[in-house]
Design a protein around this ligand. Structure first.
Ligand SMILES: [Ca+2]
Length: 345
């Protein structure tokens, strides 16, 4: 609960107050002179942080070794070769409040936000996320094939899982060129984690996923607040499902502020978090606890209410379906050479 990539504020353990006798002598005059200046500087920094956090804009963190990397900077990941886009460090608005939820429900033709379970995303709150790279696309069959062949991966049966849901929709060595760019689907949570571990990456936290999808301005969908339509994604605009996914990136008009494709629709995407309520959620909601894992973004199969960036959905870990896939996130090391791995379009 509340653990979603929030800034680690540290603990007080190990803090030992300095003894008076341990203070270095001779700095008293300098300290007296500098004290007002330091107080002004600290107050100014604090106020800047409050202002930036208050409107949900990016905070340029000069302590980060990646502070100069612009939003949307694109690299090819050194391990799996996936294109990834940079999401800068900073605050963003996560979740929604009841007034926004009601507007979203009415836009989609519902009378009340409870009909779309919007209360599971309450309340809107500010979250700080360190800078990270997000896969530009859902993991494709082509990349999954590379993982399977490199690691000799075999599906593992979860307790209570039927054989029919064990094998992702990779179709073996006879992969047709037109199928390579389809998203891998029917992936279990554990299988998606195994891919991420192999690549040295991770499944995104909910905060990583939501920030990559909606940016910092509180928009409803990756493209803005306009109602979902087929030009924005592989999206079922009525309650009627589409027949299947399309090659990743087929709907560039639906790109997120950082350039992530198919954050709404195509296949659902696993996160690395159990379904837990956000702190201070004012409404009673459904089942919580370590039973369901959060998926995000809706799919070609799901209806019109599932594409909102704040929408949370959950599956048990022995579940998956032909519309469930994933993408990965990556926190680069301090000495990572961004330019060396840049993708020029
Ligand atoms: Ca998707």
């Amino acid at each position: 609960m509340g653990k979603t990539a929030c800034r680690n504020m540290g603990t007080n353990s190990g803090f030992i107050p300095a003894k008076k006798s341990m203070r270095p002598p001779g700095n008293c005059v300098i300290q007296r002179c500098m004290r007002p200046f330091l107080i002004v500087c600290l107050l100014g920094s604090f106020m800047a942080l409050v202002v930036e956090a208050g409107d949900g804009t990016e905070t340029l963190d000069h302590r980060s070794p990646h502070a100069k990397i612009p939003a949307g900077f694109t690299i090819r990941h050194p391990k799996d070769g996936a294109e990834m886009v940079w999401v800068p460090p900073g605050w963003f608005r996560m979740g929604i409040n009841a007034d926004t939820a009601q507007k979203q429900a009415e836009q989609l033709g519902y009378k009340d936000y409870h009909e779309i379970a919007a209360q599971e995303s309450f309340p809107e709150h500010l979250v700080y996320v360190e800078g990270f790279y997000m896969d530009k696309y859902e993991v494709t069959i082509e990349l999954w094939k590379k993982f399977v062949e490199t690691t000799k991966w075999k599906p593992k049966k979860e307790p209570g899982q039927s054989d029919s849901v064990m094998n992702p929709t990779w179709i073996g060595p006879d992969l047709k060129p037109e199928q390579a760019k389809l998203p891998i689907a029917q992936v279990t949570w554990r299988a998606a984690q195994e891919y991420a571990n192999w690549a040295g990456k991770q499944l995104p936290t909910e905060a990583m996923w939501e920030k990559a999808a909606r940016g910092t301005d509180g928009r409803w969908y990756p493209w803005g607040n306009e109602k979902p339509s087929r030009e924005y994604g592989v999206i079922a605009v009525t309650d009627q499902s589409l027949t299947g996914p399309e090659p990743v990136g087929s709907c560039p008009k639906g790109a997120s502020p950082y350039g992530c494709m198919d954050m709404a629709g195509n296949v659902y995407e696993w996160t690395n978090e159990w379904v837990e309520p956000y702190p201070n959620n004012p409404e009673p909601v459904g089942e919580w606890g370590h039973r369901y894992v959060v998926l995000r973004g809706g799919s070609f199969y799901h209806g019109r209410h599932s594409y909102r960036c704040a929408k949370r959905f959950g599956f048990e870990i022995n579940e998956t379906y032909y519309h469930v896939g994933f993408r990965t996130a990556w926190s680069p090391p301090a000495d990572f050479d961004h330019q060396k791995h840049a993708v020029k379009h």
